[in-house]
Design a protein around this ligand. Structure first.
Ligand code: ZN
Length: 261
């Protein structure tokens, strides 16, 4: 290869590599734990349908698909499905919507395709994987954060002396620092009574959105740009992360059971 072309190739290739690094997300471990927890709350019929659609891949395995396709330009239009921003003092219903969509539009679109008997096997596979991911994202409070700081992405903080940002701390830093696998996290979920599980299942996508937004408000109130976060932050907040993950798992199962009932 001539030198100049080879250099160009190197530059283009490196640029693509940089872009392939996933943007901040409810890290892989969080998403997988949600898939694993949901599995325990599926009814038989739903389980059978899902196994057929996912062709052997587990809910945990497919839970990160929504973020993986961010590396593929063909799926650019779905990037906006991972979050929603609307003023904390207003209701989603009354707020100005982004015409390109948001996480609520995304979740409802997935449900619609999965409920439609005429959907192709390929579409069922794609939208089921996306739904698993989006129910997870909805429970990361900063996916329902403020638009002006891009859900905390622009609030720069240190996490154990390393550069991070508030969104990333809640997506992955706290979970990764805990250093447990998704199966370990799932099997160490809080033991809940049937009544507690029923309470978690109550409500709908919008109710769960408001719940996340309320948590986001508390997170913003207790953290500011430049904060140095470490053990104490985890001590104060990891129980919220675990509880959101557990709720997401139980509610994902509820949504799936309703689709296939
Ligand atoms: Zn996402």
């Amino acid at each position: 290869m001539p030198k100049r072309i080879s250099l160009l190739f190197t530059i283009v290739f490196s640029f693509n590599l940089i872009h392939a690094i996933p943007s901040p997300q409810w890290g892989a471990t969080g998403h997988r734990t949600i898939g694993e927890i949901a599995l325990k709350h599926l009814n038989k019929r739903t389980n059978k349908e899902i196994e057929k659609i996912l062709q052997g891949e587990s809910l945990a395995f497919v839970s990160t698909y929504g973020d993986q396709i961010k590396s593929d330009n063909r799926y650019k239009k779905f990037d906006i499905w991972h979050y929603v921003n609307f003023p904390f003092d207003s209701k989603y219903e009354n707020s100005t919507k982004d015409p390109k969509g948001d996480i609520i539009v995304g979740i409802n679109s997935c449900i619609r395709v999965l409920k439609n008997n005429n959907s192709t096997e390929g579409d069922k596979n794609f939208y089921l994987k996306f739904l698993v991911h989006l129910i997870g994202d909805l429970h990361q409070p900063l996916h329902v954060g403020r638009s002006e700081d891009r859900g905390g992405n622009d609030i720069k903080v240190k996490w154990f002396y390393k550069n991070s940002n508030l969104h990333r701390v809640w997506d992955s830093d706290m979970i990764e620092s805990w250093n447990m696998s998704y199966t370990e996290l799932a099997s160490n979920s809080k033991k809940l009574s049937k009544q507690q599980i029923d309470t978690i299942k109550q409500g709908d996508i919008l109710d769960w959105t408001y719940e996340s937004q309320k948590l986001a408000q508390e997170i913003y109130n207790s953290t500011k740009d430049g904060d140095k976060l470490s053990y104490r932050y985890s001590y104060d907040n990891f129980s919220t992360v675990r509880s959101q993950i557990q709720k997401a798992g139980i509610r994902l199962a509820k949504v799936l059971n309703e689709i296939y009932s």
